[in-house]
Structures are given as structure tokens and as C-alpha cells.
Design a protein. Structure first.
Length: 289
């Protein structure tokens, strides 16, 4: 798993999926002296790239992306943000060197989870001589540190929920399903699937309102890397909206892996957590709180 740093002023491409992360990585790259070139995946946007050189590309449009990168002398790539869709067969526009891999690509698109698909994308870029680097090598300030990151810290009950949710999240991660889990009173009540963290938290709020979850016990959201995850893509991330949804779901806090998770909108996120009485906590690498 490559996490090599990128030299200052070296050109770099950011393959942008959905969410805020691609924009924060692009800003960090520019502040470090790079001229980032954005390849926004069509249908996965939401960020305003008017201040950056950018193109839009189909998820399956590999050939035009390769040509655009080579034209600009770019050989380093960051994969950033989530991808909700999967390309259909007719949308694939491979290079000649990728044609022989089409059967394997289609098999992974049909049956693979996010981790398998991202590994496939990394392998395809590497096959064309590009180096895929980790987002944290560009935007290391986004990494969560160990311990309480705001004013609040988990109490004993929350620590029990963290332990239960870490075990559950690791289990579904090993199956390439998701990265998050919610535990309330030591009972795992929600697992993250293809819908993502936000919709999982909305589901927890609905369960709480319907009486399926105890109104007396609060609970914890945990997000951790999948055991087999390539750290160059799709690190767990949280932001201010995660805090707002966790508060709406009645949770007491959020725990993420220190050094292996990204904290977006840091000031706004921690300010929102402090105001809501929620903790944001970085777990040590061995996952013990």
C-alpha cells in the first residue's frame, strides 16, 4: 500500500468522486504549491471547481482521462471521494492495454464492493505508468489524531459501545460492505451498507423515533478502515453533517481511527460537536480507546 509523499510543485491529478473530500484535497494541494488538475466523475459531483483546471469524465471513460493526464505531463494521481454508481458495459471506453482486462473488470463491477472496485481502478492506472498516492500525503492536516478532539470524551458506557461497534464495523469491512456501525447500550443497531453513513444515521434516528431503540441509552457511531483496505483510497471520513445527523439520532459521540480517518471541516465539525454535547474521538491504531 503506497503512501509516498508528493514533492512540492509536482503536478497532480485528483480523480474526484462525491462528497467534500476532493475539494479539501484540492485546496491542500494548491496550498502546498501544486497545480491540481481535477477529473470530476460525472454524476458524483457537488463541488464548485470553477477555480481549478478541471474536466468531467464518465466513470468508465478511462481512455480520455489517460490522454488528458499525459497531455499535461501528470504522472501522480489521488483518488478522492466516494463513488455511488457503477459504469455499464456500453459506457466503458478503455485504452488498448485495458481491453484484455475487460472480463475481469466487469466481474468486479458486478460483484465487488467498493474496496475491490477501487483496487481495480488503482491497478488500471498503475498499468498505464501512473502512480496512485494517498490523499493524506497531500492533505495530512485532515487526519484525525488520537484522543478527544473536542471538549467532550466518551464515558464508560460509550466506551462499551465503541468496542461493540468497532467489532461490527471490522466484520462488515472484511466482507467489503462498509466502514461504519452504530451501537446503543452495547447492542449493534445499524451497519453501513451501500447507502453510506448519512443514510445509516437517518435510519437510526427513525428507529429511535419508532421506539425500536432505547430512548434512555444514547449510543456511538464508529468508522474504521476495512481490514484489507488500500489506504490510498476511501479512508473513513466525517464532517459537520455527520455530527448533525449523529445528534439527530440521539448518539453521544463519534469514534474514528487516528491516523487512518479524515476529519473534514475541522473547526466547524468540532464546534458543532461541542455545541451538541457529542464527543469526537480518535482511536489508537490498535483500536483500543
Amino acid at each position: 500500500m503506497n503512501s509516498a509523499a508528493v514533492s512540492e510543485k509536482e503536478p497532480i491529478a485528483i480523480i474526484a468522486g462525491n462528497g467534500l473530500l476532493p475539494f479539501y484535497v484540492a485546496k491542500a494541494a494548491r496550498e502546498a504549491g501544486h497545480q491540481p488538475f481535477i477529473v470530476q466523475l460525472r454524476g458524483e459531483g457537488g463541488n464548485d471547481w470553477s477555480g481549478f483546471e478541471h474536466i468531467e469524465a464518465e466513470l468508465g471513460g478511462f481512455r480520455p482521462v489517460v490522454m488528458a493526464l499525459r497531455k499535461r505531463g501528470i504522472d501522480k494521481i489521488v483518488l478522492s471521494g466516494g463513488v455511488n454508481s457503477r459504469p455499464e458495459l456500453l459506457s466503458l471506453r478503455p485504452t488498448l492495454s485495458v481491453l484484455a482486462s475487460i472480463p475481469a473488470i466487469l466481474a468486479k463491477l458486478r460483484s465487488g464492493g467498493d474496496d475491490k472496485v477501487l483496487r481495480m481502478v488503482i491497478a488500471l492506472f498503475e498499468k498505464h505508468g501512473f502512480e496512485v498516492v494517498a490523499a493524506q500525503s497531500i492533505a495530512g492536516d485532515l487526519l484525525a489524531e488520537a484522543g478527544a478532539l473536542g471538549r467532550h470524551a466518551p464515558d464508560r458506557e460509550a466506551q462499551g459501545d465503541i468496542e461493540a461497534a468497532v467489532y461490527a464495523a471490522r466484520t462488515i469491512g472484511a466482507m467489503d460492505i462498509g466502514q461504519g456501525a452504530v451501537s446503543v447500550g452495547g447492542r449493534v443497531v445499524a451497519l453501513e451498507g451501500a447507502e453510506g453513513t448519512d443514510q445509516m444515521l437517518q435510519r437510526v434516528a427513525a428507529l429511535r423515533q419508532s421506539g425500536r431503540i432505547s430512548a434512555r441509552r444514547r449510543g456511538v457511531l464508529v468508522k474504521v478502515c476495512k481490514p484489507q483496505q488500500d489506504l490510498r483510497a476511501d479512508l473513513p471520513s466525517i464532517g459537520a453533517n455527520t455530527v448533525r445527523l449523529a445528534a439527530a439520532a440521539g448518539l453521544s459521540g463519534i469514534a474514528v481511527e487516528a491516523g487512518r480517518s479524515l476529519l473534514l471541516e475541522r473547526e466547524e465539525t468540532l464546534r458543532a460537536a461541542d455545541a451538541a454535547g457529542l464527543f469526537v474521538y480518535g482511536l489508537e491504531p490498535d483500536l483500543r480507546s
